[in-house]
Each structure stands twice: as structure tokens, then as C-alpha cells.
Design a protein around this ligand. Sequence first.
Ligand code: ATP
Ligand code: MG
Length: 386
Amino acid sequence: MSSTPLSKVLVIDDELGPRESLRILLKNEYQVFLAENVASGLRLLQEQGPDVILLDIRMPGMNGIDGLTEIRKLDQEVSVLILTGFGTLETAQEAIRRGANDYLKKPFDTREMQETVRKHVQRTHFQRRHRQTTEALRQINQMLIEELASKDRMAQMGQKTAEFLHDLRNPLTAVLGYVELLGDELRQSKDKLGSQWEETSEFLQNIEKNLEHCRELTQMWLQLGRKDRQAVQVLSLAELLHEVAESVHLQCLERGCQLKLDIPSGLPCQIEGEHVQLVRAFSNLVSNALDAVAEHTGSVAVRCRQEGPWVEIRIVDNGPGIAPENLTRIFEPYFSTKGKAGTGLGLFITQQVIVERGGTIAAESTPGAGATFIVRLPLAKKICKP
Ligand SMILES: Nc1ncnc2c1ncn2[C@@H]1O[C@H](COP(=O)(O)OP(=O)(O)OP(=O)(O)O)[C@@H](O)[C@H]1O
Ligand SMILES: [Mg+2]
């Protein structure tokens, strides 16, 4: 049978008489420890962790008042009851101001003494439980804060991962498409591969280009968050847009749609930026337009013109356009009307890339009459003629 351990009372008194009588009066209800001076009382306090200390004031060596200060340095919660003899009442009251919890007058009224000790044992228990609860709450709070912080990190990671996968999807789809085509060609042209070689090698070149793009994207992913990402270069807008056209070539073929690049010759089209970022931005816009237009009759045009120190690139399609209530939301992350086929990150990423280059992007649409995305980018300084 397990019984709750007895509460502990420590008596610190230099006189044997009161020490012994307290022991006898309390021993049935408590574990009683006796000390004849403050030093051994402090030792017992550390060893036994009493619930109540009965502390005499007048003692040789360290007196009760100084002893109280030492006790409080070790234990804030234990109840300390001052034992007062004749003429030390004021000192006892002073002790209460300094952190004692109550006082008992010698000679003791047995019942009052037992009542007071009982009350203060409970008080100490309450204080300790209160501290434990407060500590437990603090720990829970800390855990919640850490969990929230880690959720936040996870959310950021999740967002970046989704962006990364989104970016990887287009070039990988293209690679897979070409690989499939190549496989077909090789199978059909087994015997006469010689005459087919030109086309076959073109497919191979496309695979290489797309794989290179994947490599660049992977590198960008690894460098995410670092200030020294891919170097900002001066880029030819015409070359960049031809690269974009190549990256969506297969999508055009599949949908039987036309993509027209309208880049006036002599346009001083040098822009500054990270090559891979700008390719991804324009690929997203053209790819969206190709998604939107009708198969076989759809057409998408990319038109460039200079406006002072800016170049304006319009991506125009003859698809169904964008409903006004969606037009205000299309740049939000995860907004998509394509169900499982879309992540809704394309335009969000594109906007970030353009804004990072000091440019702007806007969408216009008359439902039923297509959509136009207007990108404005600053022309590269020095290199461009005004
Ligand atoms: N040219 C367009 N014509 C009509 N709607 C468009 C056009 N471009 C974008 N949208 C609308 O904007 C939404 C968001 O485009 P966004 O590129 O951000 O995501 P998504 O294309 O749906 O998904 P993902 O880019 O992952 O394929 C699209 O779902 C579509 O509703
Ligand atoms: Mg998209």
C-alpha cells in the first residue's frame, strides 16, 4: 500500500528546549528536521527541501533575520515562520516585511502552532504547484512558438519547392516530348537513318538545350536565398524571345497554334537581367496564352516596341480572355482556373521576376476577345541608343 510521503518541517533554533518540544508536537504529522544554527539549517534546506521552516531570531553566529535572507536566496517558495521570544515581536514583524510568512510567539499555544504550520505547509504546496504550472505553460508556449516558426519555414520551403517544380515542368515536358519523337523516328527510320539524320540531330539539339535549361534552373534552386545568384547580364531581347519560342515549340505543334514574334529590326533591345529568370518569365506568359487559345485556330503574338528608355513587350492571344473577377486575381500565388493542370504560380513568379528587374506587368482583356499581357522593362543603360 503506498501512502503519500509526510510533509517536512525544519526547525532552526539554538535552544534545545523549544527544538525538542516542536519535534514532539509535530512528529506525528510531519517529518521533522532539527538544526541548532543557520548554517546547518541551510544545509538541511538544500538536502531535504522542507515545506515549512520554523526559524528562531536570536541565535549566536548568524541571527534569524540574516538567516532569512540566505534562505530566500535558496528557496523562494518555502514558508518561513519566525519564532519570537519576549521582546522580539517587532523584529519578527520586520522579518515578515523581509519575506517571512508568519510568526509564532514562544511559549507556543500548541493548537495555534499546529494550525499555523498546517496552513503554511499548504501554502508552500500551492506555491510550488503554481510555479510548476507556470513553468509547464511557459514550456508549452515556447513549443508553440517554435512550432509556428517551423511551420512558417515549412510554408516558405513549400512555396519555393512548388515554384521550383513548376519551373522544372515546362522544360522537362519538352524533353520528354522530343525524346518520344526521336524514339519514333529512330524506330521508323532504322534502315534509312542517313537521310533522316538532319532532323534527328535537330531533335537531339533541342534535347540538349532543354537539358541545359533544367541544369540552369537546378542551379538557381540551389542558390536560392543567396545574394550572389546568377550574374545579371546584358541580354539581347530578340535572342531571349527566340529562345522562349523554341521552348514552347512543341506546345505550338501539339495544339496546332501559331506563335508570331514581332520584333522590329533595329530595335535597340538590350536588357539587363538573369538569363534563366527572364526566359522563365516570358515562357510562362506565352505558355499561358497557348493554353488559352483554341486548338488549330489559336494564335499568339509577341510584339516589342521601344518607348524612350523602356521596351514594351505585349503577349497577345485570341483566346477567350479573362473574366473581370479573375483579372484582379491572376497574379496571386496559387490562383488557377486550370484545375489539376495548373499550379497557379506561373504569373506570380513572372511578376516577381519582372518587378525585380525594375519593370512592370499588367493584363488587359475583353472577355471573348483574347487577353494581352504587357511587360515593360528598362533598356540596358549605356549599351542602348535612346
Ligand atoms: N492568356 C490567358 N488567357 C486567359 N486566361 C489566362 C491567360 N493567362 C493567364 N490566365 C489565367 O490566369 C490564371 C493564372 O495563371 P498562372 O500562369 O499563374 O497559373 P496557371 O497557368 O493556371 O498554372 P501553371 O502556370 O502552373 O500552369 C490561369 O489559371 C488562367 O485562368
Ligand atoms: Mg501558367
